[in-house]
Design a protein around this ligand. Structure first.
Ligand SMILES: *Cc1c(COP(=O)(O)O)cnc(C)c1O
Length: 348
């Protein structure tokens, strides 16, 4: 799997670092980051804090660790965390919040990843001897399992104001917050105004080989830094990685719009072929294709795609996820569409 000639639409995590990143990595000035002495990590953290309008930032090895050190830093054991029922933190982080922070998830079902502020308010636990304490609300923007949908700024604002009314913190899982920003034209800083902390990934559409960053106020970052050390995420000459991250942030954000255009093009053409796809739902770099009108389920369909040189992933038995990114060109999208056309004739 994943040979050179495959068209890989599984995820934007498969993107390879650019030549410029590799050069910067080779030449990076480094030091011991656990001592706070890696100048390149320090530069990346300073840059991220500035972009998001926060006091400080922390470079972490993965998005999962970024979310988890944030949860650790915001909560006490036995607390409850309100999150969207289809969120990454709930689905794909191996139950880490329960294991590492000893906190309980309180899922709220959203629509396309968007939680109704009234539902969030109702999920907040009143002061009662029987209840856990609600100490955190998390919001995922863009929302992965709903196909890269953007959470509107207005919704974040409403949830943030409810949170503040109850003295609760808000963490944004912004693994793909720059996709939201590029799609809407709203700066990352504006989204960050309605969050006490934001995690974003350098290693997805922004093409860095490794790494994510958490931003927030200095006291929060101090606690998150300690949590990172506890989890074994204190890295030493990590400037080699941060160097690529700096290029991700300074050079790779604007080009995300190409991925969005490719996703919309792919969705439109898939619908023309006859697939169950809603191009109107494509807001960023993901397309969800339903397999209900095919004679096979999602996993069989994925195998057929793979045999024809296209890789994708499934969200359920009846949903395929296609993700566009730097390493799939428009002409490869067209090649993939030829495969989809052939398979539609065979399987519908
Ligand atoms: C990918 C992703 C993460 C986690 O990132 P890893 O680096 O894979 O651990 C967190 N949240 C969302 C929404 C993601 O898509």
């Amino acid at each position: 799997m994943g040979g050179e000639e495959m068209i890989d639409l599984r995820s934007d995590t498969v993107t390879k670092p650019t030549e410029e990143m590799r050069k910067a990595m080779a030449q990076a000035e480094v030091g011991d980051d656990v001592y706070g002495e890696d100048p390149t990590v320090n530069e990346l953290e300073k840059l991220a804090a500035k972009i998001f309008g926060k006091e400080d930032a922390l470079f972490v090895p993965s998005g999962t660790m970024g979310n988890q050190v944030s949860i650790m830093a915001h909560t006490q054991r036995g607390d409850e965390v309100i999150l969207e029922a289809n969120s990454h933190i709930f689905w794909y982080e191996v139950g880490a919040m329960a294991v590492l922070s000893g906190v309980m998830p309180h899922p709220v079902a959203g629509k396309n990843g968007v939680m109704d502020p009234d539902d969030v308010k109702k999920a907040i636990r009143p002061d009662n001897v029987h209840f856990p304490r609600t100490s955190l609300i998390t919001i995922e923007n863009t929302h992965n399992r709903s196909g890269g949908r953007v959470i509107p700024l207005e919704n974040m604002k409403e949830i943030y104001s409810i949170a503040k009314e109850f003295g609760i913190n808000v963490h944004v899982d912004g693994a793909r917050i720059f996709n939201a920003s590029v799609a809407t034209g709203i700066p990352a800083k504006e989204y960050a105004r309605y969050a006490d902390s934001v995690m974003f990934c350098l290693s997805k559409g922004l093409c860095a080989p490794v790494g994510s960053v958490v931003v927030g106020d200095s006291e929060f970052i101090k606690r998150a830094r300690k949590a990172r050390k506890m989890l074994g995420g204190g890295m030493r000459q990590a400037g080699v990685l941060a160097a690529a991250g700096i290029i991700a942030l300074t050079k790779m954000v604007d080009r995300l719009k190409e991925d969005h255009e490719n996703a919309r093009f792919l969705a439109m053409k898939l619908r023309e072929i006859g697939y169950q796809v809603n191009p109107e739902d494509v807001e960023t770099n993901m397309v969800i294709l339903r397999t209900d009108n095919l004679r096979v389920n999602a996993s069989v369909f994925l195998k057929e795609l793979e045999e024809n040189g296209v890789l994708a992933s499934s969200l359920s038995d009846t949903e395929i996820r296609l993700v566009t990114h730097k390493d799939v060109s428009r002409s490869q999208i067209e090649d993939a569409l030829n495969v989809f056309e052939k398979l539609f004739r065979k399987l519908s």
